[in-house]
Design a protein around this ligand. Sequence first.
Ligand SMILES: [Zn+2]
Ligand SMILES: [Zn+2]
Length: 300
Amino acid sequence: MPKQKPLTIDQIRSEMEYYSKLKPELVDLLALYRSLFEIESGYLEKMEVSVPELDDEKLAVRLKNNMPLLNTGDIGIDSGVFKDMLSDICGVIAKTNESFEESVEDLLKNPDLKESDGKKTPVLIQNALEFRTEYFTDLAKRIPLNNELMFFIIYHTTNPFIEKASYAYRDRIDYEKWQQPVCPVCGRKPSMAMLTDDDGLRILQCSTCKSWWSYPRKQCAICMTKDEDKLEYFYSTDDEAHLVYICNNCKKYIKTTDKRKLDREIDLDVEDLATIELDFIAKDRGYEPGGRVTFAIGPE
Ligand SMILES: [Zn+2]
Ligand SMILES: [Zn+2]
């Protein structure tokens, strides 16, 4: 399992540029995400979060019992930073479509973003950290704001806080003790996978905190079936570096970059965006994404 070293924002920019040239049809999508990634990476660097203490013994017990290490609702964050970031992300969204302007303004003025008596964290932020989908579906109706857009905004604002919190645990995980289809840190599903060695393992990346973990290649990363008759993969004929692993047991798929075929460092979120045509093919064939995909909007 290679040590996880996130790409710098400059490296991410150059990856996006590379794919914009290679696939001009993705220029607008990549430009939108570039703005979002720039905001997220700026805040990620300066934000501070607190996480509950977990000594080595307790950590080992949790992993042994297949329990993720972090309950995301326990992360302590600065609400002011959350609100600033929410406002910046809403600004990017408002620019994409005039009709969104008023509703994102209403979201930013929502009373659930205010500190209430006796509670440190505003209701909206606590619900976001705990990813309470029913709360946001209801809030979207009340504002009103398109439901998918609501989830898109909340997802992009909240995930960097969970990612920052995950840094406290990543290096402490014994990966041989965790081969679950969910993230060992935050418990969410994988969004993308990567092949790096010929060791029979895949690296999965968490859709939420972006932590990596290893997982057997010949096992479904969603439903865990090991029935080889049910597992297949495909790629488009001119690109063997990007595969889709499909499972006929759960009818889900996960996209996978074969890094051995690319001679450079990659960012799996950019890989996800750059291979959107594979999602269309997989969906056409009747498969659903196994975890949240970077460009997907809407509840899990
Ligand atoms: Zn995670
Ligand atoms: Zn499956």
